[in-house]
Design a protein around this ligand. Structure first.
Ligand SMILES: Nc1ncnc2c1ncn2[C@@H]1O[C@H](COP(=O)(O)OP(=O)(O)OP(=O)(O)O)[C@@H](O)[C@H]1O
Ligand SMILES: [Mg+2]
Length: 507
């Protein structure tokens, strides 16, 4: 076995310890791979480095290449293909100081990267005795070529490198779990999106009144999130563990509404076959949300006023007093002052309800919230329809931000839901939005990459991606869905096509 000079070996060890330290503090997968590639290139005075990891789903290799700190290229190749594929398959290291004479050498990677490989040193990455991939270092500057001592050192380096990769994998898993958990928390606590000033002051007020038993009147145009806010107030209150009961005051006739709210005794009216608890009873200890309160009939307004004053009620046809330990939240998009003037709403009830009022701002008054709301709805609907994650093109966001949203957040949500279902690409563009929202819609052309009227609003990268997607789709169609024929027709390697398709969200 060749010996490398003591000094060189000491320096290498020192550097390895440093790299190990860096790896210990890096958890993001991309950064880990980059760090491994760059440090191995440097440790072995080489020109480039590759790393291949076995994809357990299909036993293919995910292959990353970096030369001289340049951008990392990524490919996929078969296990057993090339020197690195052989090492990943067998777990045994390889030294190949003249690849032109090595039948295991796989020329296509050089063709793809433009790199000229001369010598290769490759060792297996192992975790718990299992081979998880391999690292190869290319073109040593040492005139003697790669040595056995180099292989031993690379194998040592593979220890901390493999551990860092496993940590990054575990981290990305915990990241996913964390995201899923946040989603649950968000739904549970009715997370309200709104960083705008208008929304912040409303949220501030709601948080302050939430812990009290105070009646709150929620005002605002249709679709501004009054019910969302009512649920949030309940969740932020000490009543959160008890029921939140929403009642729509326009849904029923006044008679049925009375029994709906306060319940009835058996036989109290035709059709009352059994005793029934009303919503006030069901909500005991919790919150009742009286939606569209402006549409409550005159008789029920009187009855509700009494309940609010006396904090007790009787079922329809009953005589027993029932305590109402219920917090009342009410909402309307009607102008109650106007309704009072017109004699449609009791003024005394209005004052009872309006102890504190919270007015939800219209969406056009808080366009700063549109980006976050849109992103939230995209995530939500992609999850619902099982589409892989989508994004919103800057030009589409600009459209959403300049539209006046008469239907407020509900209309925005419907618009996004429609776009998530209909958009052909993973990037939602202006074309995927209804014409009335993006009246500047561009004309769809066939086959040729379209340019918007004001083409500069479509970013270059976005336009190029769109062209690539269209071209790949069309060629795939022509080739009857055969991917390797498609790759041939496009003049590229199949693995390269499949990588690009993955990047473009076509798989
Ligand atoms: N800040 C927000 N964050 C997330 N989703 C929201 C927000 N505001 C509203 N939404 C969503 O928008 C839709 C409309 O909200 P909501 O039903 O609370 O409005 P509303 O004011 O009660 O409307 P209406 O007066 O028509 O009854 C719902 O689907 C809700 O989930
Ligand atoms: Mg509502």
């Amino acid at each position: 076995m060749d010996n490398i000079p003591f000094e060189q070996s000491r320096l290498r060890l020192e550097r390895l310890i440093e790299v190990n330290q860096l790896l210990m503090n890096t958890v993001d997968a991309k950064s880990v791979v980059k760090l491994i590639l760059d440090s191995a290139t440097e440790l072995f005075s080489a020109e480039a480095c590759s790393i291949a990891l076995i994809d357990l789903n299909d036993q293919q290799l995910n292959f990353a290449f970096s030369s001289g700190g340049a951008d990392v290229g990524e490919f996929r190749m078969a296990l057993g293909e090339g020197i690195i594929g052989t090492v990943a398959e067998t777990g045994k290291g390889i030294i190949s100081n003249d690849v032109s004479r090595d039948p295991r050498f796989f020329k296509q990677v050089d063709q793809e990267t433009g790199f000229k490989t001369q010598s290769v040193l490759c060792a297996a990455l192992k975790q718990g005795g299992e081979t998880i991939g391999a690292i190869e270092v290319l073109n040593t500057r040492n005139p003697k070529g790669f040595t056995e001592a180099d292989l031993k050192f690379l194998t040592t380096f593979c220890g901390p490198a493999g551990a860092a990769i496993e940590r990054a994998k575990a981290f990305s898993m915990t990241e996913n779990v964390k995201n899923a958990f946040e989603e649950i928390v968000q739904n549970h606590y009715r997370f309200i999106i709104g960083k705008s000033k208008a929304m912040q002051s409303v949220l501030d007020m709601a948080r302050r009144v939430a812990p009290m038993k105070t009646t709150v009147l929620l005002l605002g145009e249709s679709g501004t999130g009054k019910e969302v806010m009512a649920r949030a107030i309940h969740q932020w209150s000490p009543r959160a563990a008890h029921p939140f009961i929403a009642v729509n005051c326009v849904a029923l006739t006044p008679e049925l509404m009375e029994s709906e709210l306060f319940g009835h005794e058996k036989g109290s009216f035709t059709g009352a076959f059994a005793q029934k608890k009303g919503k006030f009873e069901v909500a005991q200890g919790g919150t009742i949300f009286l939606d569209e309160i402006g549409d409550l009939s005159a008789s029920l307004q009187t009855r509700l006023l009494r309940v609010l004053q006396e904090r007790e009620f009787q079922r329809v046809g009953g005589s027993k007093n029932i305590q109402a330990d219920v917090r009342v939240l009410a909402a309307t998009n009607r102008d109650l002052q106007q309704a009072i003037k017109a004699g449609d709403f009791r003024e005394d009830l209005y004052y009872r309800l309006n102890v504190v009022s919270v007015t939800m701002p219209a969406l056009r008054e808080r366009s700063q919230d549109i980006a976050a709301l849109a992103a939230y709805f995209i995530r939500k609907h992609c999850h619902e329809v099982k589409r892989s994650p989508m994004t919103l093109a800057p030009s589409a966001l600009a459209c959403l931000e300049s539209y006046p949203w008469p239907g407020n957040v509900r209309e925005l949500q419907n618009t996004i839901e429609r776009a998530v279902v209909l958009a052909p690409e993973p990037v939602i563009t202006r074309e995927d939005l209804p014409a009335e929202i993006c009246h500047q819609n561009s004309v769809r052309t066939n086959g040729v990459p379209e340019i918007d009227d004001d083409g500069d609003s479509l970013l270059m990268a976005e336009a190029v991606d769109r062209f690539k997607r269209k071209l790949i789709r069309k060629t795939l169609e022509k080739m009857g869905g055969n991917q390797s024929e498609t790759a041939k027709a496009l003049g590229m390697r199949s693995s390269n096509l499949s990588r690009i398709m993955k990047q473009l969200g076509l798989r």
